[in-house]
Design a protein around this ligand. Structure first.
Ligand code: DX5
Ligand code: ZN
Length: 217
């Protein structure tokens, strides 16, 4: 798989998510940020919104669960129509079991790490996953500044994934824009979430194409 762009609807108009999806026709995915006000200090959308969006979006849905107890909730997002579900390892009781459960439902299984969470303890688990998400802001809000301190972890994750004979994607999320995406790509990311940079622009689809061009080496 090459470079993929996953616009985050967190920065879109929640009263018109169908139009938001249509405005990024060049996107590979739509990234849906699910927050529960426990794992992160913010509250967004849940299963019913994913279910409705899945019916109208042409892009597959990439659900990022910033919630406690993803072991309990992740499968409901697959049933609602998500093609990829990413849980935070900090909140997950049994990441191998959960990844296997998601894949058995024919969804892609992603595992996310907050900026201060090291990748090394999870190296032996990576083969169970379809995607690793390295957060480049503290999760909870769109529009935050990109954290350069996360770049070495992206590079270390890339090296670990390259040692595996598997097509596991490396996603970055938080502060990704035309100013920062090249650094992420150079470090080895191949799947890029961008919220405010895309939906804050007058022509979101043009930004998706620009980001893809910048990330493609
Ligand atoms: C933050 C979310 C992100 C957010 C990114 O917790 O996980 O997906 O929408 O927004 P930007 O691209 O504006 O940093
Ligand atoms: Zn996200």
């Amino acid at each position: 798989m090459g470079i993929q762009i996953s616009p985050s609807i967190l920065s879109a108009d929640f009263a018109n998510l169908r139009a938001a999806a249509e405005s990024v026709a060049a996107a590979d995915w739509l990234h849906v940020d699910v927050m529960d006000n426990h794992f992160v200090p913010n509250l967004t959308v849940g299963v019913p919104v994913v279910e409705s969006l899945a019916k109208v979006a042409t892009q597959p849905l990439d659900c990022h669960l910033m919630i406690e107890d993803p072991d309990r909730w992740a499968s409901a997002f697959v049933e609602a129509g998500a093609s990829s579900v990413t849980f935070h390892v900090e909140a997950c009781g049994a990441p191998v079991r959960l990844a296997r459960e998601l894949r058995a439902m024919e969804a892609r299984a992603g595992m996310a790490l907050k900026p201060a969470t090291p990748i090394e303890p999870y190296e032996d688990l990576l083969g169970e996953l379809d995607m690793v998400l390295i957060m480049t802001v503290e999760p909870g809000f769109g529009g935050q500044k990109f954290l350069d301190v996360c770049l070495p972890k992206i590079a270390r994750a890339r090296a670990m994934l390259d040692r595996l004979d598997a097509d596991i994607w490396l996603q970055v999320d938080g502060g990704v824009s035309a100013e920062t995406i090249e650094r992420c790509a150079e470090a080895g990311a191949d799947n890029f979430v961008a919220g405010s940079a895309v939906f804050g622009a007058a022509d979101p689809d043009a930004i998706v194409r620009q980001l893809r061009a910048l990330a493609t080496r």
